[in-house]
Ligand binder design. Structure first.
Ligand code: 6CS
Length: 287
């Protein structure tokens, strides 16, 4: 689903032209220039988002916000590309969509992990967060870790399809039939309220946002999830577009230095310092 922004309209034909041009473009530094010229000409860059505030959000008027898109919009504007046009995607479909040329970059808070680092060209880190659970008030099943969920056959966990929380639950030994794929945050909260799942897992800032909006005294957060890493995301470009990624990174580094990076992400609850203390190389290193 392509989301109209204030200034740009998604054009499939145009997108196909750009994608085609990308595949046939030059290599090396000329590639970044050629790609940027195409994007400048087009007037927008196509981003993938999940609509999971505060990482990414589609507003009632159809405009796009959230830390990821706001940061990308600022960086691409400095690169001469006026706006972003967003498509909402499930996390598990973002990398295939990038590889198929359906979007130019994923700016959804896609956490860096070695297997993903092999499949995309990540920018340097931008949005860092721990994992969390939304549970019934009083945490009746005493859930603090994904292992706790695995140990209790009465507990079903909801998580985004192809997302990190689904993977963490499966790796902790939760059987597939007790890991329920949930399409979006509102559905996750509803399923928890209806007792169809006993825990819903997303990053801390996302669960906090959902619980604040649900305003339900019968729900509470468990954070951080014991034993789960603190992750950092980055903007993800298709392999072969490392030069464009490098151009993006150069601006990101300047904005980290100037304080502009903090001004954009910290109002959403993210720590600029956390992202500045770690590198793509460290996060992508096979564990
Ligand atoms: O990168 C991921 O897989 C996770 N990132 C976010 C921002 N939310 C959930 C998702 O599983």
């Amino acid at each position: 689903m392509a989301i109209r922004t204030s200034r740009a309209i998604f054009g499939t034909a145009v997108a196909a032209f750009v994608a085609g041009g990308l595949l046939l473009g030059a290599s090396g530094p000329a590639a970044a220039q050629e790609r940027l010229d195409e994007l400048r000409e087009q007037g927008f860059v196509r981003i993938a988002i999940a609509n999971e505030p505060p990482y990414t959000a589609v507003n009632p008027d159809g405009t796009v916000s959230g830390a990821g898109p706001e940061l990308a919009r600022a960086i691409f504007k400095k690169l001469g590309v006026e706006d972003v046009v967003a498509s909402v995607s499930e996390y598990g479909a973002m990398i295939p969509g990038l590889q198929a040329g359906r979007f130019d970059v994923v700016t959804a808070g896609l956490f860096m992990k070695p297997e993903r680092c092999r499949a995309v060209a990540y920018s340097e880190p931008d949005l860092c967060d721990a994992e969390a659970f939304a549970v019934q008030k009083g945490n009746p099943f005493g859930l603090r870790s994904y292992e706790d969920i695995a140990a209790n056959p009465e507990v079903k966990i909801g998580a985004p399809g192809g997302g990190t929380e689904e993977r963490l639950a499966l790796e902790a030994g939760v059987p597939r039939d007790r890991v329920i794929v949930v399409p979006d945050g509102q559905s996750g909260i509803k399923m928890l309220q209806d007792g169809r799942i006993q825990v819903y897992s997303l990053p801390v800032l996302s669960i906090n946002d959902l619980l604040a909006k649900a305003n339900d005294p019968n729900l509470e957060i468990v954070a951080p999830v014991v034993g789960a890493p603190i992750y950092c995301a980055g903007a993800a470009f298709a392999l072969g577009n490392e030069e464009l990624r490098d151009a993006y990174d150069a601006v990101l580094a300047e904005m980290k230095e100037s304080g502009e990076f903090a001004e954009i992400i910290e109002p959403y609850g993210f720590s600029a310092e956390a992202a500045k203390q770690v590198t793509r190389e460290q996060l992508c290193a096979a564990n």
